[in-house]
Ligand binder design. Structure first.
Ligand SMILES: [Fe+2]
Ligand SMILES: [Fe+2]
Ligand SMILES: [Fe+2]
Ligand SMILES: [Fe+2]
Length: 424
């Protein structure tokens, strides 16, 4: 396939559909699902991502409705939210019934890997890029651990889902993801100087991670197998960390209406991106149609900002074009480079350091000692997988990391033996 020449995303020049014409009937909301045997892996990841973007838009809007007094704002946001809710159902219902929970889960982690890599590659703010690279290696490892579970539960081959586009092997091992909440604090960008691309990347990754957390929390209990139940719970907790760290990157000084407008702009931007790269013509038409709806949502929020804050939306966005688009494509080289350079990067408060630089007082040593004390499902699942898949966990860099972490934790905790668990 040759290079696709993509159109630019110019939100102020795009067509929109009036909001009153956006409500759909029940038959329009529910479209036929894709065929899991023939779907392109990246069509599946676009479906998963757009469901997450809609989910984030709806949840943010609900949080705001409870904090806003002005009736007109509440009414207009309710109309936008209702459409977003219908759109979400169209998108999520594209996932077929015969795609098992663990198969969909591998799709979620493939989203996390190739979305995070794409955002990181194109992120202008070095601290935001570092935060993306940091969590990239964790979701990359989740894809491997869940692949072991897929093999164990269903005899499944992860290649059926990832289709050779994303590698399946350990990243920073999940056993080392369990940080004290203090170490998930992050600095926020400055709303006045941040690039619009940074704001879009921020909203996109928060949406993706939040939906991943919600999916694991609503599906991990659908398995009767004890190890499956535990693995979903362990990784759902890491996703809670990811939502926390990413959520904190946003500037809290943006007004609620500003955040609402940026969220709608983000929806339009990602639908537009999906439409430019979609290979399934039927699904491409959905992305194109929904992008036009989102432009109207964005314009609706812009009018509210003008009326109630006396500000021009162009002074918020400060750009005519948002680029580049968000594209799902293989990122193997990029991911391997980050693995080579950053496997042992860890956050200490709001700064990133190497594991070897951490003081004994690093809060996460104690936290890991606590949560990993009775066995770690993400380690146990490897022993249940085929030897070929399990073998990948024996890679030298992975073993070195695990040894370094456990030796450090052991020595710190054994020096405190005889005492109660130190206060966190
Ligand atoms: Fe939407
Ligand atoms: Fe993950
Ligand atoms: Fe994640
Ligand atoms: Fe919307």
């Amino acid at each position: 396939m040759g290079e696709i020449v993509m159109a630019q995303f110019r939100p102020f020049e795009m067509d929109s559909i009036p909001i009153e014409e956006q409500f759909m009937n029940w038959k329009e909301i529910v479209q036929p699902s894709y065929d899991k045997k023939s779907v392109d892996a990246y069509t599946r990841t676009r479906v998963i991502l757009m469901n997450g973007i809609e989910s984030a838009s709806i949840l943010m809007s609900h949080a705001m409705e409870r904090m806003i007094e002005e009736p007109e704002i509440k009414r207009k946001m309710a109309a936008i939210r209702r459409v977003d809710s219908m759109q979400q159902q169209t998108v999520d219902w594209l996932n077929p019934a015969n795609q098992s929970v663990i198969e969909t889960t591998l799709g979620y982690e493939q989203v996390a890997v190739d979305l995070t890599a794409n955002l990181a590659k194109n992120e202008p703010d070095p601290y935001v890029k570092q935060t993306l690279d940091f969590a990239l290696l964790e979701d990359f490892d989740h894809l491997y651990r869940y692949s072991c579970l897929y093999d164990y539960l269903e005899g499944g081959d992860p290649e059926f889902i990832v289709q050779g586009k994303t590698e399946v092997k350990p990243g920073r091992p999940t056993v080392g993801h369990h940080r004290h909440p203090d170490d998930n604090m992050r600095k926020h960008y400055d709303k006045d100087t941040a690039d619009i691309k940074t704001k879009m990347n921020y909203l996109t990754i928060v949406a993706g991670e939040q939906q991943t957390e919600l999916f694991y929390k609503t599906h991990g209990n659908m398995y009767s197998d004890e190890l499956a139940r535990q693995l979903y719970s362990e990784i759902a907790d890491v996703e809670e960390e990811h939502v926390t760290q990413y959520g904190l990157l946003g500037d809290p000084r943006e007004t609620m209406l500003e955040k609402a407008a940026l969220m709608q702009l983000c929806e339009a931007y990602i639908y537009f991106s999906c439409a430019q790269t979609e290979t399934d013509p039927r699904i491409k038409a959905i992305w194109e149609n929904f992008a036009k709806m989102e432009i109207a949502h964005f314009e609706g929020c812009a009018h509210l900002i003008e009326k109630y804050e006396g500000r021009d939306i162009r002074d918020v966005v400060k750009a005519d074009v948002i680029e580049p688009l968000v594209v799902f494509e293989p990122n193997k080289e990029y991911v391997n480079k980050v693995i080579d350079e950053q496997l042992d990067i860890m956050p200490d408060g709001m700064e990133y350091k190497r594991l070897s630089e951490m003081a004994d007082t690093w809060s996460s040593f104690k936290f890991q000692w606590k949560v990993n004390s009775a066995g770690v499902p993400s380690e146990e699942v490897v022993g249940k997988a085929s030897s070929e898949l399990a073998q990948r966990d024996q890679a030298k860099n992975i073993q070195q990391f695990k040894n370094q972490l456990s030796e450090r934790t052991e020595s710190i905790m054994s020096s405190q033996r005889g005492r109660a668990m130190p206060p966190l």
